[in-house]
Design a protein around this ligand. Structure first.
Ligand code: GLN
Length: 310
């Protein structure tokens, strides 16, 4: 018998297809060109079985959804203590691109906002590794979560570099406070390349399933990062993953998650499922409008809320 899940996922997408609220991100010109009608969902069990509907094989740039994965690589490569000395774990309640540091310590508040993500980028790979080697560690590491080699979208990367003033300001601030020790524009250039890696909604589901599966990629069987690293990453995603809508998200959907400006959302429920969704129009917090709706439906219908007794 065929699984009823594909029909169910089609129905979930149809149900919110008419919602045209929100707007496509336009601070990066190339992102403004995205088709706002795209809509996709993919759900992966922790054994790697993927169910998908809509435009689940269409590529888009990973953007901020790269942040938890690069944080995971930094934790794996430098250890939790060294990373915590540089990047906090407290929700900021601020926009993702705010220029702010913890008072007193001058640490970025968490790795899910740009100030922390730029810092995490510099902590991937062995200390003192050349930029090229570090970038390869990041591409190979994120690719290992997906189970296939990911490529950079050069057009989006160039386009973002042209409007990177805010990230340059953040990186210069980090350099000024000696949180990073490298050339600020180079860190931004590499971070933007990291954000320009192309993924599909199906990839997001499998990357999430790897987190849900204690760091083991369910299809390749590779232990990408340790269970301890996954626990740290999912904890930070729970409190900081959905920008300043984290409270709304955790009470309604109740799954550790991360969203990005392309309109993707990745959610991982430990021991159960990985979820990927895509719809480019964003709400005022920067989260995909229909993506949030799809996740609310999945959480309610499948009883996925973390705080609910089975
Ligand atoms: N490339 C984007 C930036 O740093 C990623 C932001 C996001 O997805 N919120 O501005």
């Amino acid at each position: 018998m065929r699984s009823p899940i594909p029909e169910y996922l089609d129905e979930v997408l149809r149900n919110c297809a008419d919602d045209r609220a929100g707007a496509v991100a336009d601070y990066v010109p190339e992102l403004a060109a995205a088709d706002p009608e795209q809509l996709a969902v993919a759900v992966s069990a922790v054994d790697g079985t993927v169910y998908e509907a809509g435009d689940s094989r269409s590529p888009f740039t990973i953007q901020s959804i790269s942040k938890p994965f690069v944080y995971a690589l930094a934790l794996a490569d430098r250890g939790c203590e060294a990373v915590l000395a540089r990047i906090g774990v407290e929700p900021s309640g601020e926009a993702f691109n705010e220029l702010s540091l913890e008072e007193g310590s001058a640490r970025p508040r968490n790795p899910m906002i740009n100030v922390g993500a730029l810092t995490a980028h510099t902590l991937a790979g062995p200390p003192g590794a050349p930029r090229e080697e570090r970038f390869e560690r990041i591409v190979a590491g994120i690719s290992a979560f997906a189970g296939r080699r990911l490529e950079v979208d050069e057009a989006v990367c160039r386009s973002e570099w042209g409007t990177a003033h805010r990230n340059l300001a953040i990186a210069h601030m980090l350099r000024g406070y000696e949180v990073i020790e490298e050339d600020a524009p180079r860190v931004v250039a590499d971070y933007i390349r990291q954000c320009s890696l192309l993924v599909t909604t199906r990839d997001l589901a499998l990357m999430a399933a790897t987190l849900a599966n204690g760091g083991v990629q369910p299809v390749t069987g590779e232990q990408v990062v340790s269970r301890e690293v996954v626990r740290q990453v999912l904890s930070v995603m729970t409190t900081c993953g959905m920008y300043d809508a984290a409270g709304d998200w955790v009470t309604t959907v109740g799954i550790p998650a991360k969203s990005g400006v392309s309109g993707g959302i990745l959610g991982a429920l430990p021991g159960q499922v990985g979820i990927g969704v895509l719809s480019p129009r964003l709400d005022r917090h920067g989260n995909s409008v229909r993506g949030v709706r799809v996740c609310e439906r999945l959480s309610a219908d499948m009883g996925l809320h973390l705080m609910e007794a089975p």
